[in-house]
Design a protein around this ligand. Structure first.
Ligand code: BTN
Length: 259
């Protein structure tokens, strides 16, 4: 994938700029829209993304693949790329939280703090000319966050985790990891799913899966981008969840991994 970086100062949202370029025909596969700050940074589920000037990586990547990509595959691939990028920057205890929040767990504290978030979008997808915008927000240099944000959930930055990375370094690490993971959606979905589960730390752990159909407790057995998430409860009871309906997966505490 050939990346082309398009730099913005303060913008509404890098993902909006990416969509605008797709709409006016100037977009290329691999364009990366990066901003210093966003005034209307968007998160998942209608939330806002705190985008203070010069403190975070705010990037939206345009994908114009020849064929349609699996939405679940893209969500997982982008999450893994960010997870691996922060590992490349020296942060070894980051994990993925369903579907693709990058979090940092404190061993002495059961809560986790969010380090990065990803929003994969498409608008009126034409299967003959598919397009996607992968928006990535990664907290890099923040020493503190607004109270209002902290009242919603714990958040952290690379700097607060003791990782001495720059925003530019974070962008380099990200573009280094992304192509391989995106290629794997089609070329090696099994490895992608395996690496994803490994990055969540949830394989064979006792979990509670919340889906559109209620809550289910069991152990995660496997993940298949097309086939779904298989969770077993006892020897006989297995349930397969289509990835689109899974809302939340939480570890049940006090559980040991089963080898
Ligand atoms: C989430 O809610 O976890 C996803 C957050 C995604 C934020 C990024 S920042 C760059 C891009 N532009 C946006 O408006 N949102 C994404």
């Amino acid at each position: 994938m050939q990346f082309r970086t398009i730099r913005h100062g303060t913008v509404d949202s890098t993902s909006e700029r990416a969509f605008a370029s797709i709409a006016d025909g100037s977009a290329r596969h691999g364009d990366v829209h990066v901003a210093d700050a966003q005034t209307a940074g968007r998160g998942r589920q209608g939330r806002r993304w705190h985008s203070s000037s010069g403190e975070g990586l705010y990037a939206s990547i345009v994908l114009l693949p020849e064929v349609e990509l699996s939405a679940a595959g893209l969500t997982i691939a982008a999450g893994l790329a960010v997870h691996d990028a922060v590992a490349r920057l020296g942060l070894k205890n980051a994990a993925l939280d369903w579907p693709n929040d990058v979090i940092v767990r404190d061993v002495n504290d059961p809560t986790s703090a969010k380090l990065a978030g990803i929003l994969v979008e498409t608008r009126g997808l034409d299967p003959r000319a598919p397009h996607y915008v992968v928006g990535i927000g990664l907290n890099v240099l923040q020493r503190e966050f607004p109270e209002q944000l902290l009242s919603e959930r714990a958040v952290t930055s690379l700097r607060l985790c003791g990782c001495d990375a720059t925003i530019e370094g974070a962008l380099d690490a990200l573009v280094g990891e992304l192509p391989g993971r995106i290629d794997a959606i089609r070329s090696d979905p099994k490895s992608l799913a395996r690496d994803y589960l490994s990055a969540t730390g949830l394989l064979r752990r006792r979990v509670r899966v919340r889906s559109g159909e209620g809550a289910f407790e069991g152990r995660i057995e496997s993940l298949d981008i097309h086939g779904g998430l298989v969770v077993t409860n006892g020897d006989t009871h297995a349930r397969t969840f289509a990835l689109e309906i899974v809302r939340e997966i939480t570890a049940i505490r006090g559980d040991e991994e089963v080898e």
